[in-house]
Design a protein around this ligand. Structure first.
Ligand code: HPA
Length: 277
């Protein structure tokens, strides 16, 4: 499985650093179908992933492959428009390469978004969920992005994960949702490998162990972000309800369609919270 040297991260970061004038305050990772958020960035500087050595290229519909750097709600942001996934055959180190580059750029905060299936029966397609914690089935079963030699430049061998999702950021999101009348859900996000969607038995299992939403991303990025000391906010767009009785099918096109409804809600929340983050 592909791994990196510290110098690989620095090399990509240097290319970005040469193009920017002011320090980046926040990084945003956009999930499936949520790429439209990048259009909100003012005076954007666009960097194609292909121009950044080491950067993995996404193969999935609904994922672009570029960085959009500029101003959003008065803050200097770096938007990662498109990510790669474990099911595409990428290693956890490749999936989290962008996060390491962000850390080389000294970006202190990360907002991760994703499309997820609603396992909690009270969730509906179109909901936004604040991620309060996660279960990393893939990382728990041996594919932790921190496996292998520790990069002491970024963080400790055994990083704490007791508060992976920043509580202050969470309360900003709750307040923003109240102000804007968005019916915000919250809960635990579980990372599965995919690409097959879950069987009804798997959904019942996930519910039993405390999953509220399930998806195929985010957790490796958050582990690496926390290892490197970034503060993290996670938002899931619930694109479909997960069926525990086999009476509903999951479909990627549907995921992308519903993401179009969720995008504006997440944009609304971001405009409210970014000035205070
Ligand atoms: N399962 C896993 N990942 C997903 C789903 C789902 O139902 N919906 C969007 N991403």
């Amino acid at each position: 499985m592909k791994t990196y040297e510290y110098a690989d991260y620095v090399k990509a970061a240097e290319i970005i650093k040469e193009k920017i004038k002011t320090p980046i305050e926040l990084a945003l990772v956009l999930g499936s179908g949520l790429g439209g958020l990048a259009d909100e960035v003012k005076h954007p500087l666009i960097i194609d992933y292909r121009d950044l050595p080491g950067w993995p290229l996404s193969t999935v519909e609904g994922h672009k492959g570029r960085l959009v750097i500029g101003e959003l709600a008065g803050r200097m942001v770096l938007v990662q428009q498109g990510r790669v996934h474990f099911y595409e055959g990428y290693s956890p180190a490749e999936i989290t390469f962008p996060i390491r580059v962000m850390q080389c750029l000294k970006i202190p905060s990360l907002i991760v978004t994703n499309a997820a299936g609603g396992v909690n029966p009270s969730f509906s397609a179109g909901d936004v969920m604040l991620i309060t914690d996660h279960i990393g089935f893939v990382s728990m079963s041996g594919f932790n992005p921190l496996n292998g030699r520790n990069f002491d430049q970024f963080g400790p061998r055994f990083p704490d994960m007791s508060q992976a999702y920043d509580r202050e950021y969470g309360s900003l999101v709750r307040k923003a949702a109240t102000r804007t009348g968005i019916d915000l859900k919250e809960g635990v996000y579980t990372w599965l490998s995919g690409p097959s969607f879950e069987t009804p038995a798997e959904i019942r299992f996930l519910r039993t162990v405390g999953t509220d939403a399930v998806g195929m991303s985010t957790v490796p990025e958050v582990i690496v972000a926390r290892h490197g000391g970034m503060r993290v906010l996670g938002l899931s767009g619930i694109t479909n309800k997960c069926s525990d009785d086999g009476e509903m099918k999951a479909d990627h096109q549907e995921v992308l369609q519903i993401a179009d409804i969720i995008g504006p809600k997440i944009i609304r929340i971001l405009y409210e919270i970014l000035p205070d983050m």
